[in-house]
Design a binder for this molecule. Sequence first.
Ligand code: SAH
Ligand code: SF4
Length: 378
Amino acid sequence: MTKFKTIQYKFNNFPKLNILGLSKDELYQKLFDLKIHKKELAMRVQQLFSWIHVHGKLNFDEMTNLSKEFRLLMSEHFSITRPEIIKKQISQDGTRKYLFKSSDYGEFETVFIPENERGTICISSQIGCTLNCTFCHTGTQKLVRNLEPHEIVGQISAVKDDLSDWDVRNKTLKRVVSNIVVMGMGEPLFNFENMKKSLKIIMSNDGLSISRKKITLSTSGIVPYIHRVSSEIGCLLAISLHGTTNEIRNNLVPINKKWNLEELMATLKSYPNLSNSERITFEYVMLKKVNDTIDDAKRLVKLIKNIPAKINLIPFNPWPGSNYQTSEPDTVKIFANYIQKAGYSSPIRKPRGIDIMAACGQLKSDSINNSVKKKLEI
Ligand code: SAH
Ligand code: SF4
């Protein structure tokens, strides 16, 4: 009883570390600090990773191949906490949108997109965004903060809870969640270290084991970090291009004023490990009378010359207060045909979850920056 009281006291005063956001190396070090015998360390890390990321356990008590003593030690020092789902919407097409509340401050959104051959989770990297791309709903929300690794990994764990996608005993059954895209709220390369750590946890063979080729990170073009996606993370890269001259792109993706098209394309031409099996995806939102003419298509093909690439054409998804219109379907087809004839795959992305505002660029939460909040309270 005394022991129990001591533990409670300790719990209440020191928030426990959320184990969801720990890499294998960090967990190894933590267990070492807790005086776990050196010989046992690698095995314990592997067992914990499996219980947490393969079986989705929320409680150390359920980890039956670990001794009682070790489970107690774990629960004294760590928690296994997902962000809380405060709203869930299911679209007519099966797309699910989740609004999460963090155990720290703020709310953020995650989308699950079911398809015949795969199931993709679109995760957020930040709450809000510092960039103000003029066609993007998230861009109208000021940056609140970067998401932490336990919140990035936690988005996937919570969606897998909701889909009952853990611990498939029947090995012939496919996992529901097969792919990850970092295309939700925020600019992932402005949260590089947390993204890198989280994606490594997600890729780990002892854990979720989602292959690097099933993960795509999208950036608006933060040039100094682009090569590091290949050399330090290894997942696939998507670039939000959207404009083929500096003038057009400055208006649509204002970060272009800092790193312009010449710098961006030079960086991509020297991107490590480019090949036909590891192409760069260019995302191109089709905006009526802004960037959808045949001259735009010609410039696009010139820009990406010699880069193994695929171009995703995204019909603009409107949101309340947006100033753009979606290009006419025929215009999109003519644009796509030109690019295809030049030898590039150019699928037209079908909007998913549009009835629940879950499509590309429609995400936004009501969270505001703490300092902004304080000002409002005064
Ligand atoms: N911040 C990163 C990750 C977000 S990805 C980035 O910009 O790349 C979201 C993708 O949807 C980006 O390509 C973005 O440009 C695109 N997008 C944003 N708003 C959109 C809208 N209203 N309609 C269609 N696509 C949009
Ligand atoms: Fe931020 Fe990407 Fe939206 Fe631009 S498109 S405002 S970078 S989330």
